[in-house]
Design a protein. Structure first.
Length: 366
């Protein structure tokens, strides 16, 4: 392995993770000093509706960064849907619901850009020069792609699955984002984007002598609470063990009533020995801002039923304004599409400009 390929394979190692965390803390302070130095790109695959794992894991954090004055670009990664499935699913409905979720959660379309892959040809064209900058063995070694493939039950790897980290680099680099808020699982992809940026500069050169075409984007690692589904297994829509932002208060209550707990009546916060009960306490904590231990103490001998009622009430209270806003937005589809069209227009203007610089650097100006 060359040292850069090493960097990619090791980007999730303990030492590397510790470095990323330290760097993230530094960036966090730099944001407070001068938020206009940063541009953020984040994205979601429109494969289902957003649930509370997304909300507490990323969405809430994006809104906070926007409020701190960082320019935020939010990508609805529609071409990434077909990396590991046979069709696009009910994609129109899902894209529409995502836009509503974003705005309801506080993404402000006046300040942030919401856009889709499929509407931005120049972004997708970056895939070609970028593919020339990675090796096939490097792609095969990407730890995230490997584990996603393992999770897909022996499904054959498509060419798009193998190369989607390169496409994701195009997502980040086309708009010259220098900051990507990510969970740990996305670190190899970010390292791939950094390598592509660096290699492009070395191999193809620049459009302006004083600066590379692409910045080297950095990860902003968020402290993501590891939330389980209500059955104690990994949270996922297909298992029906999560609560979507768009669910009603009654649906929320119903799912939580069925949540798995354990035989011990006295409620304590003990994630190692009591994962299910502790997970409910985490949800209660995230939605009230109180510590999980304090909530456990308050509930004490009142048992799992009382804990579930507490979680139901606190989640429903927290999500009520968001849900009302979401329903109102979905009643105005034209408005939601107009937000996307405006975002796509901005993304295209930026992508065209970047592709022009790429043509100049590569001497393909005819
Ligand atoms: N792969 C990301 C996910 O599954 C979604 C995504 C697509 C993304 N493009 C991106 C995230 C660019 C960050 C930056 O969550």
């Amino acid at each position: 392995m060359t040292s850069s390929e090493d960097a990619l394979a090791n980007s999730t190692s303990d030492a590397s993770l510790a470095r990323s965390k330290e760097r993230s803390a530094k960036i966090d302070r730099a944001i407070d000093e001068n938020p206009s130095r940063f541009r953020i790109l984040t994205g979601d695959r429109p494969t289902g509706h957003l649930h509370l794992g997304h909300y507490f894991g990323t969405l809430r954090n994006r809104v906070l960064l926007q409020e701190r004055g960082v320019e935020t670009w939010v990508l609805i990664a529609d071409y990434q849907v077909i990396t590991d499935r046979d069709g696009v699913g009910p994609i129109r409905e899902r894209v529409l619901a995502l836009i509503a979720d974003y705005i309801a959660a506080g993404i402000d379309p006046e300040r942030s850009v919401i856009f889709t892959h499929s509407a931005v040809p120049a972004l997708n064209q970056l895939m070609l020069p970028f593919l020339s900058l990675v090796t096939e063995s490097e792609l095969h070694r990407n730890p995230t792609v490997k584990s996603e493939l393992e999770a897909s039950d022996g499904r054959a790897m498509s060419g798009l699955m193998l190369t989607y980290p390169v496409h994701q680099a195009a997502d980040i680099l086309f708009c010259k984002a220098n900051l990507v808020p990510v969970g740990q699982d996305q670190l190899p992809h970010l390292e791939q984007a950094r390598l592509i940026s660096q290699r492009f500069d070395k191999r193809y050169g620049r459009a302006h002598p004083d600066r590379p075409v692409f910045p080297r984007p950095e990860a902003l690692l968020s402290e993501v609470p590891l939330l389980l589904g209500t059955d104690g297994t990994k949270m996922s829509k297909s298992r029906g063990n999560t609560i979507e932002l768009g669910m009603s208060a009654d649906e929320t209550a119903k799912i939580l009533k069925k949540a798995k707990t354990d035989a011990e009546r006295h409620i304590t916060f003990d994630p190692v020995n009591r994962p299910e009960v502790s997970n409910l306490l985490m949800l209660a904590s995230l939605s009230t801002g109180r510590s999980p231990v304090a909530i456990a103490d308050e509930i004490g001998d009142k048992g799992a039923g009382a804990l579930k009622a507490f979680v139901t009430d606190s989640l429903n209270e927290m999500f009520a304004p968001m849900r009302a806003r979401r329903a109102e937005l979905l009643a105005h589809e034209d408005y939601l599409w107009s937000v996307l069209h405006a975002g796509n227009e901005k993304a295209n203007a930026q992508a065209d400009q970047t592709l022009d610089e790429v043509r100049i650097a590569m001497q393909m100006t005819y």
